[in-house]
Design a protein around this ligand. Structure first.
Ligand code: GLN
Length: 562
């Protein structure tokens, strides 16, 4: 093997969930990573999703939340976005696995006689494959500690093989593996007391798999008092100092600071038989960032107009998690707090006059999307904000629909459309990419979009170029500024119409280096204070300490309007 060698005594932390889902395992994983980074360790987070989908790309966002795209193009779970944001690192495909991926590998290997005629079984073949992947990710990242979040809750059938693989790893390397259970302590309204029993039961269930948690992160509405810490410690067989109180707080970015109040890093060091590397691992930069948020002077109101918001009676903005976070970072940076209002564009189709409500907002975002639902409502909204000079940021579909609106209402191409919806329009201004056509014809949907990071060259004298330059992008010797951003789409601006659209006044300020694909569209500042759309998803690259230049430019424009 020519692979880089694994560091001696590599350490593994498995994060499992007790009682119920949705209590913040992903944030706990990210926060532990952040703390360990500050102590001088190189960490690599790994997300394990127990479902059979091979990746997250084919899942409906109202069901699954956001599909987070990596540089490589792999479509993953939104927790990967949290890891990237907290840890300021670009993750790669080795840092993610689903049951589907693991089984597919095992079955393909069996079909190729890779097991040389043996019985192929869940244990050991699937569990071995899981461990192989975890170790491979550690090697690839050359990290000191892997933090592996096992999706789902203890008691699910789906994640049992992952827990079994982790158990075996611990048996073989008792000093190098630890388990942290993120659990929930409810406070039933009628009783008003924090209940520890569900967590005790979850620990027993985990025990029945042969695993004892080393620490418990006790999530709940309120902080855990000493009495309950002691109770949990006794019933769950963990030292009392290994019970970490994790109450609800205003912002997820406070969580690392909160965990450290209960000294989670010393708990981890003890459990993994390690000593911290950095003397002043104080999360200084992080604290500054958190302070910025708490002290922000200005308040902004921004509307997000789109369609993936409602599931039953609930509004679910999770589908746009990275957009929400990207706006936060740029706002804090500009000394502002931004409140987002979610508007279902179908409302404007039913009642076009309602669109005038947008005048009360400081800016509008149209995020990514697919298909026909709500599209005419979005186009009405874009027309309104273009004419009324309200700052506009369009992300992927949001750029495509802005181009369509411009063609319809400025160039007078009344039927301008995307071939995603109307391929017979006389003006198909957004068209399927030639290489995508075959995929759709053969119903080959999985992982076949234009996915992941691609370069784009920025045009001189544009808002986009200025924004990237002022955020630290550098020009090459010949003056070109090239950026790299993540994509997830099948359609693009139709090359046949580019020159007419540009003559009409819309500027394509970013394009693929070969000039074929239009990546950013904007109106000059002389015409509109900020009207810009991107074919890529800038939100995937926004980080707390490094906000995304285009979001920051948008926030500045909103502040000016205000
Ligand atoms: N539906 C459009 C396309 O496939 C936009 C996709 C998106 O917004 N991510 O090109």
């Amino acid at each position: 093997m020519t692979m880089t060698t694994k560091k001696k005594n590599h350490k593994y932390i498995f994060i499992v969930g007790g009682v119920m889902s949705g209590v913040g395992k992903g944030i706990a994983t990210s926060s532990i990573g952040k703390i360990l980074q500050s102590k001088g360790f190189k960490v690599n987070p790994i997300k394990v999703d127990p479902y059979l989908n091979v990746d997250a790309g084919t899942m409906n966002p109202t069901e699954h939340g956001e599909v987070f795209v990596l540089d490589s193009g792999l479509e993953t779970d939104q927790d990967m976005g949290n890891y990237e944001r907290f840890l300021e690192m670009d993750l790669n495909p080795d840092d993610y696995m689903t049951s589907g991926m693991v089984y597919k590998h095992v079955i393909d290997k069996e079909r190729n006689l890779g097991y040389r005629g043996k019985f192929v079984e869940a244990i050991p073949h699937v569990t071995d494959e899981i461990t192989r992947r975890i170790k491979h990710a550690a090697e690839k990242n050359q990290s000191d500690i892997s933090i592996i979040e096992i999706g789902g809750t203890i008691g699910d059938y789906q994640n049992i093989l992952f827990i079994e693989a982790a158990r075996i790893l611990k048996i073989k390397n008792p000093q190098d593996v630890m388990f942290i259970m993120v659990s929930y302590l409810p406070v039933p309204g009628t009783i008003g007391e924090m209940k520890t029993r569900p967590t005790q039961n979850a620990v027993r269930q985990l025990n029945s798999y042969g695993v004892q948690p080393d620490a418990i992160i006790a999530r709940g509405e309120f902080p855990l008092d000493q009495k309950r810490k002691e109770k949990l410690a006794i019933w769950c067989s963990v030292p009392v100092e290994n019970v970490i109180s994790a109450p609800d707080i205003l912002s997820i970015y406070d969580v690392p600071l909160n965990f450290e109040r209960d000294k989670i890093s010393s708990v981890i060091m003890k459990s993994l038989h390690m000593r911290t590397k950095a003397r002043n691992g104080e999360l200084l930069e992080w604290k500054k960032f958190v302070k910025k948020r708490n002290k922000a002077k200005h308040k902004l109101e921004v509307a997000v107009v789109g369609k993936y918001f409602d599931t039953g009676d609930f509004m679910l903005s999770d589908a746009y998690l990275s957009v929400i976070e990207a706006i936060k970072f740029s706002s804090y940076w500009k000394d502002a707090n931004t409140r987002l209002t979610w508007i279902n564009s179908k409302e404007y189709e039913a009642n076009p006059k309602k669109v005038t409500e947008l005048k009360k907002f400081d800016g509008i975002i149209v995020p990514g999307g697919f298909g026909e639902t709500g599209v005419e409502g979005v186009i009405l909204a874009i027309e309104y904000v273009r004419k009324n000079k309200i700052p506009y940021l369009g992300l992927c579909y949001g750029m495509q629909l802005a181009v369509i609106e411009f063609c319809r209402n400025v160039l007078g191409w009344k039927e301008a459309h995307t071939s995603e919806i109307n391929a017979h329009s006389p003006h198909v201004v957004i068209d399927i990419m030639p290489e995508q056509k075959k995929n759709l014809e053969s119903a080959n949907y999985g992982a076949t979009m234009r996915l992941g990071a691609y370069p784009a060259v920025l045009k001189e004298g544009t808002i986009a170029r200025e924004a990237y330059l002022s955020a630290g992008a550098s020009a090459k010797a010949d003056g070109t500024v090239e950026i790299s951003e993540r994509h997830r789409h099948r359609y693009e601006v139709n090359p046949e119409h580019i020159s007419e659209i540009e003559k009409g006044g819309l500027v394509f300020s970013g394009a693929s280096p070969d000039g074929r694909l239009m990546e950013i569209a904007e109106l000059p500042r002389s015409i509109h204070p900020f009207f810009l759309g991107t074919q890529f998803h800038p939100e995937f690259k926004a980080r707390p300490l490094h906000p995304h230049p285009l979001f920051t430019e948008f926030v500045s424009a909103c502040l000016k309007k205000k």
